[in-house]
Design a protein around this ligand. Structure first.
Ligand code: NAP
Length: 251
């Protein structure tokens, strides 16, 4: 017998994947042979793309609720694979795993980088983006919140905007291709693109289209990265899980 503290010797570990991203879905699918995987979604999107396997939906009730969940489900490791802008659940995961003594790995795709020919302005919030845009016709892709601050153009959201907006609204969900983005930007006579620095391939075509059209882009910076071991790929997260679900802390 090994001691209870020896995680490498424990069978049938439960891994909690905090999700809401394509990477989280891929991780849930590929980690299934390694552990019991439970994916958690916030329940914000009306009809989310569901990961394979066990899924729970809705907030935990802050740090205390998440600590209680980790204990009740005997969670052996948490992978925070939430969107880079979902900073409250990430802060909660950091605090709750520390309190419950559960290893935490953050899976974050890298941000986007400016290329030759790009005209990007970095801002700290959607509200600041709206101020930079001013009266220009914008293509706003920052989600359903904060759209009331923009004067003209088009917003693309998964669910309808959270409040009133002067923008036309296109309801859609990626991935998108460059031809489609070019057509949308031309159709709406877009003068400036507004995006979060989400990173990844699923929504990057708008940046290629903006470059091709010579349009400026206003990019909302990510919130600060959490102080936790972090990897950029699903492969690296699987390696971490395969090494004992938190046995490796070097990310
Ligand atoms: P957030 O502001 O960081 O979190 C707000 C609250 O929602 C959290 O305190 C937590 O409630 C609950 N929550 C968030 N993610 C959760 C999860 N995966 N499982 C269970 N509860 C969760 O989050 P958000 O920015 O609204 O994003 C919500 C979800 O949408 C996340 O899963 C994220 O990955 C996904 N998403 C976000 C964006 C974005 O731009 N923010 C874009 C694409 C997808 P309790 O405190 O009650 O536990």
């Amino acid at each position: 017998m090994t001691s209870g503290g020896d995680r490498l010797a424990e069978p049938a570990r439960t891994v909690l994947v905090l999700g809401g991203t394509g990477e989280a879905r891929e991780l849930a699918r590929r980690a299934a042979p390694l552990a019991r995987v439970v994916s958690s979604l916030a329940g914000r999107v009306a009809s989310p793309r569901l990961p394979e396997g066990e899924v729970r939906v809705g907030g935990f009730g802050g740090v205390a609720g998440l600590v209680a969940y980790l204990r009740a489900e005997r969670v052996a490791a948490v992978v925070d694979a939430t969107h880079p802008f979902a900073d409250r659940i990430t802060a909660n995961a950091l605090a709750a795993t520390a309190e419950a003594g559960v290893p935490l790995l953050v899976l974050r795709r890298p941000g986007w980088a400016e290329r030759a020919g790009d005209r990007w302005t970095w801002v700290d919030s959607v509200a600041e983006a709206a101020r930079v845009v001013g009266g220009r016709r914008a293509f706003v892709t920052t989600g359903r919140d904060g759209l009331g601050a923009f004067a003209a153009g088009v917003a693309r959201t998964v669910d309808p905007p959270a409040g009133p907006t002067a923008l036309e609204v296109v309801l859609a969900r990626g991935p998108y291709d460059v031809d489609g983005e070019l057509a949308l930007m031309r159709r709406h006579a877009v003068e400036v693109l507004v995006t979060k620095d989400s990173g990844g391939d699923m929504t990057a075509a708008k940046l290629v289209a903006a470059r091709a059209l010579g349009l400026p882009v206003v990019v909302v910076r990510r919130p600060p990265a959490p102080a936790a071991p972090t990897v950029a790929t699903v492969d690296a997260a699987l390696t971490w899980l395969g090494s004992g679900a938190g046995g490796a802390q070097d990310g």
